[in-house]
Design a protein around this ligand. Structure first.
Ligand code: PLP
Length: 355
């Protein structure tokens, strides 16, 4: 058995994979694959409707917001957000908390002025910058809730006088958020929601239609809303598996229940990192992520042997991102706490052998 600590695409629940595999062969017993049926058929419309309904339920999306399943990954949202929300002569405020935030702000510069109001670049993004003033005259504030590469996470969102846009790619559905505090939330599916290929966007309708520029249809939120995420052929399979994953989440007790489990997993793993003399955490303690746990070995000579030691125990995907090094254990929703204990035991055994 493999314990999948991979950062992205992340782990999917085994039962969801089995259901998805069955749907690829024969969807709901209709004698056709989910990959063959028309996206305009009542069968697929039911899948999309259920996916939207589950997003609304699980996140408590209030009235006045639209839920979209788009394509192009979170990276397309880096451009689509300013395309739709940043007036040509206006400005947007960005917090640079990691590489993804940096990519987002670079894209925004194609559309208007960007003010980077805080950055953690000085310390290789090992903390969440919190010391800033949000400019009241900016069109929006852009945040990244969880920095997948560095293992930092916003534990509290700032009170903002302007709409908050948040990239929640790597912690959506992992904890409760108050959607009403945000103007727009986006997330690539491939960590906690489903396979790569669709991107969730939750947008407050009243923010749209305020920029003068012409927006091509595929990049226009209003066109996508009017088309019910079906302006063109939607990513049918990715939406189907996302819907199955959201059903699974609901059956587990929803976001509230999974948040408790995620906290328990993160706590035991960080405890071991802090206790074990061979390992140490990389991020500021108060900003540690509950999704991506980054750590290093005190003695660099232990790095490769520990990776091998872990792999021999079925522990997969813990090599840190190439820009950070060390280890990164991603403990997304579908990873059971039993797998975290397997990793902890490996760390303990390895420490015992290398005293
Ligand atoms: N934002 C965050 C926080 C991410 O972790 C990632 C990918 O890992 C992205 C954006 C880019 O997502 P995509 O590959 O869907 O464009």
């Amino acid at each position: 058995m493999k314990h999948n600590f991979g950062a992205g695409p992340g782990i999917l629940p085994h039962e969801v994979l089995k259901q998805a595999a069955a749907g690829v062969v024969d969807f709901n017993g209709i004698g056709l694959s989910i990959l063959e049926i028309s996206h305009r058929s009542p069968d697929f419309e039911a899948v999309l409707d259920e996916a939207v309904k589950l997003v609304k339920e699980e996140l408590g999306v209030p009235e006045g917001y639209s839920v979209l399943f788009l394509q192009g990954g979170a990276s397309t949202q880096f451009a689509m957000v300013p395309y739709n929300l940043l007036p040509e002569n206006g400005k947007a405020a960005y917090v640079e908390s990691g590489v993804w935030a940096n990519k987002a702000l670079k894209e925004a510069k194609f559309f208007g002025n960007v003010e980077v109001i805080a950055t953690a670049k000085d310390a290789n993004f090992t903390y969440i910058p919190k010391d800033y003033t949000i400019p009241a005259d900016a069109a929006y504030l852009h945040l990244t809730s969880n920095n997948t590469i560095y293992g930092t996470q916003l534990q509290e969102f700032p009170a903002s006088p302007i709409p908050v846009v948040c990239d929640m790619s790597s912690d959506i559905f992992s904890r409760k958020v108050n959607v009403a505090d945000f103007g727009l939330i986006y997330a690539g599916a491939q960590k906690n929601m489903g396979p790569a290929g669709t991107t969730l966007v939750i947008v407050k309708n009243e923010l749209l239609g305020k920029v003068d520029r012409k927006i091509p249809s595929m990049f226009n939120y209003q066109v996508q809303i009017d088309g019910g995420s079906m302006y063109n052929t939607p990513p049918v399979f990715a939406i189907y598996v996302s819907m199955l994953t959201l059903r699974w989440l609901k059956s587990k007790g929803g976001v509230e229940a999974i948040q408790k489990e995620n906290e328990a997993k993160a706590n035991v793993l960080y405890e071991e990192i802090d206790r074990n003399p061979l390992f140490k955490g990389v991020c500021k303690v108060e900003d540690r992520s509950h999704m991506n746990v980054c750590f290093v070995v005190e003695n660099p000579e232990h790095e490769k042997p520990f990776l091998k030691f872990a792999e021999e125990r079925g522990i997969d995907g813990i090599k840190g991102h190439r820009s950070v090094g060390g280890f990164r254990a991603s403990i997304y929703n579908a990873l059971p706490i039993s797998s975290v204990y397997v990793l902890i035991e490996a760390m303990q055994e390895f420490a015992e052998k290398n005293k």
